[in-house]
Design a protein around this ligand. Sequence first.
Ligand code: DNO
Length: 358
Amino acid sequence: MKMTFRWYGSAIDPIPLKYIKQIPGMTGIMGMLDKRAGVDWPEEEIRALTEEVSAAGLECEVIESVNVHEDIKLGGGRRDEYIANYISTVRTLAKYGVKVIIYNFMPVFDWLRTDLKRVIPEDGSNSLYFDEKDLGEMGPLEIVRRTAEDSQGFSLPGWEPERLSLLEETLRRYESVTPDDLRTNYKYFLDAVIPVCEEAGVRMACHPDDPAWPIFGLPRIAHSQSDFDKICALHDSPANTVCLCTGSLGSDPANDIPAMIRHFGSKDRIGALHVRNVKHLGYRHFREAAHVSEYGDLDMYDIMKAIYDTCPDSYIRPDHGRMIWDEQGRPGYGLYDRALGAVYLRGVWEGIERSEKK
Ligand code: DNO
């Protein structure tokens, strides 16, 4: 298991690499460049990022949020141009030692919440919160406005302002798109990109829909085991993998997360994992929780054991968690609770490792 930490780059991440290095068990980061979807990431910036990370004694083998342009998802007129840029980015990342690229195929929105700092009454911390009822009342424009306001000036992954400025137009373009249409366009993308990944030694890892159901009537095709079976079958290759995000999939209590890890892990189809906990509050209603099993509804021992048994060499990162100790930071990406989460997960791992070796 390689324990990593999400890092946005020194220009926009308030957390210095040396703090990440000080978290016990940390081997590397899941890095990114803050780029619009569709852009070919400049080699100079990729080189600078990977050099900075390795100078800090950490690895940069996973890159996150190489976002897919809506034209690719919609099968629009300029998709070949955007796919060519994507392929060029894949090649450059591989050249600088990147082994896994995390992306998603969610129409319009990346992850979505109705409150970015809902106070947890039990301890006074706050965390990301979602209630489908509130979503219905707000509608897409209002949710974007509130998310921007609540993010307190921090950029949020997948919420690039340029893309959201086209929100109404993009929503209209999706009106007639069915899940099968989306899968057809997805296959077109994978058929072009995966052979390049195989040649370059990189794996693509698709992040699930978050939350794990359709929102605003948009087609969503990545929120259950059978969805990901279909995605893997669109272009069957060890380079076409799942980013198994326990919290995104776990927002739907019907998803059995340890079983899904075993299913995809035993087929070598997990490229990376995001590990976090959620507390179910009702129908399509949840909040994010401390990583520790008893504080949420996901069993972290069963999750880590499934990883240990089926894909023990995976890249993992603690995800989200709460904002604690009055930390002011990018919602979902505070330092403290993610660091506690990482060390807790490392502890669970140590326990499993020792008892298995007896
Ligand atoms: C949310 C993140 C996602 C993820 C992207 C990958 O907190 O896990 O934004 O990075 O979906 O493309």
